[in-house]
Design a protein around this ligand. Structure first.
Ligand code: ASN
Ligand code: ZN
Ligand code: CA
Length: 335
C-alpha cells in the first residue's frame, strides 16, 4: 500500500469519508497532494476555460461545512482529488507506474466545468482532468470508475497511443473501462464497492442503471457483445463492448455468477465455457499488452496477439493463463 502524505479528511459524494493528500499553506490548507506528484484540484465555478481557482480550506476538513455554497462546491472536489490519488496509487501499487507519464509528475483536476455539463474528460493538451456537474449541476460526474476511466485515457495516450477511432478506438475505450474498474476495486470502499459496471454511481440514465456492463455489454442497448467485421464503424463507446466482455470472461469466466455481491451473466459467441483466471492477473496481462505490444493501429485481432504475448511473458506459453486468454478472445469471436 502506498504511503503518501494524507493530512486532510473529506466528505465525498460517492466514496464516503476519505483521507486526502493536502498541503498547509500559511494558516490555511490547499487541495494539493505533494505525496503523489503534486496533484492539485481547481474550481472552474462553471467556467469552461482556464485553470480556475485552487481549492483551499481553513481546517483541512473538506466538504463538511453546513449548507454553505463552499461546502457544496468542495464535495465534487473531494471526489476529484480522491479519484486522482486513488488512480495514482492503483497504477503505482499494481503496475509500478508513477503517474500517467510514469515520470513521477501528477496531472491536475478541474471540477464544476460549465453548466449542466453531463460528462467528464481527460485532455492531453492541458494534461488535466475535467468534471462537469451533470444535469441541473447537481450530479457531478466524479465517481471513482469514471475518474479512473478518464485518467486512463492519459495512460493509453502515453503508451500504446491507440487511435480514437475504428477498432483501435474501441480498444482505447475498453482500456479505460478495464482500468477504471481496477481503480474502483483497488479503493475497496464500502460506499462504492468494486464491480464490472461503469458509472453505476452517477445515475446518468436517471433510472439507476449504469452506463456500461462488462459481463454482457449489449445490456446498455447499444454496445456490442462480440467482434464482427463491421465493428470498426461503430462508436468507440460501443465498439469497446467486445474487449470489455473479453476482460470479464478472462477475469471471472462465462455464465451466471455473483461476484462481490453483483449478479452477472456473461455469454460466449460459440457456447463455450471460459473459466476465469482472476482480476489481478487479467489486469497484469492487459497492462503489459498495452505498454509493450499494442500500438496506435492495434485492432481486435492484433489485441489477441498482444495479450497472448503478454500472458506468455508473465506466465509462460504453457500456462492456464495463456490458454484462457486465447479462449476468452475466441469466445467473443476473435480467433
Ligand atoms: N467521457 C468521455 C470518454 O471518456 C469523453 C470523451 O468522449 N472522450 O469517452
Ligand atoms: Zn473514454
Ligand atoms: Ca463501477
Amino acid at each position: 500500500e502506498y504511503q503518501g502524505i494524507e493530512t486532510g479528511s473529506g466528505k465525498s459524494l460517492y466514496s464516503g469519508e476519505v483521507t486526502l493528500g493536502t498541503t498547509k499553506s500559511g494558516s490555511s490548507y490547499e487541495l494539493h497532494d505533494t505525496g503523489r506528484g503534486g496533484h492539485k484540484t481547481y474550481n472552474l465555478a462553471r467556467s469552461t476555460s482556464g485553470t480556475g481557482t485552487l481549492f483551499t480550506d481553513a481546517d483541512d476538513a473538506w466538504g463538511t461545512g453546513t449548507a454553505s455554497a463552499d461546502a457544496q462546491d468542495q464535495t465534487a472536489a473531494v471526489d476529484a482529488a480522491y479519484g486522482a490519488q486513488t488512480t495514482w496509487d492503483f497504477y503505482k501499487d499494481t503496475f509500478g507506474r508513477s503517474g500517467i507519464k510514469n515520470d513521477g509528475k501528477a496531472a491536475y483536476s478541474r471540477v464544476h466545468y460549465g453548466s449542466n455539463y453531463v460528462n467528464a474528460f481527460w485532455s492531453d493538451a492541458c494534461f488535466c482532468m475535467t468534471y462537469g456537474d451533470g444535469t441541473g449541476n447537481t450530479n457531478p460526474l466524479t465517481s471513482l470508475d469514471v475518474a479512473g476511466h478518464e485518467m486512463s485515457h492519459g495512460v493509453t495516450s502515453n503508451t500504446a497511443g491507440l487511435n480514437y477511432s475504428g477498432e483501435s478506438g474501441g480498444l482505447n475505450e475498453a482500456t479505460s473501462d478495464i482500468f477504471g474498474t481496477g481503480v474502483e476495486y483497488f479503493a475497496n470502499s464500502s460506499a462504492d464497492k468494486g464491480d464490472y459496471l461503469i458509472g453505476e454511481k452517477i445515475d446518468i440514465n436517471g433510472d439507476g442503471t449504469p452506463l456500461r456492463y462488462m459481463d454482457k455489454p449489449s445490456k446498455d442497448g447499444a454496445s456490442k457483445d462480440y467482434w464482427s467485421s463491421g465493428l470498426g464503424g461503430v462508436d468507440v463507446h460501443y465498439s469497446s463492448g467486445p474487449a470489455n466482455h473479453f476482460f470479464f470472461l478472462l477475469a471471472e469466466g462465462s455464465g451466471a455468477r455473483t461476484v462481490d455481491g453483483v449478479q452477472y451473466d456473461s455469454p460466449t459467441s460459440d457456447g463455450s465455457t471460459v473459466t476465469g483466471i482472476g482480476r489481478e492477473k487479467a489486469l497484469q496481462i492487459w497492462y503489459k499488452a498495452l505498454t509493450t505490444y499494442m500500438t496506435s493501429t492495434t485492432n481486435y485481432k492484433a489485441a489477441r496477439t498482444a495479450t497472448l504475448s503478454a500472458a506468455s511473458d508473465l506466465y509462460g506459453a504453457d500456462s492456464t493463463e495463456y490458454k484462457t486468454v486465447g479462449a476468452a478472445w475466441t469466445a467473443i469471436n476473435v480467433a
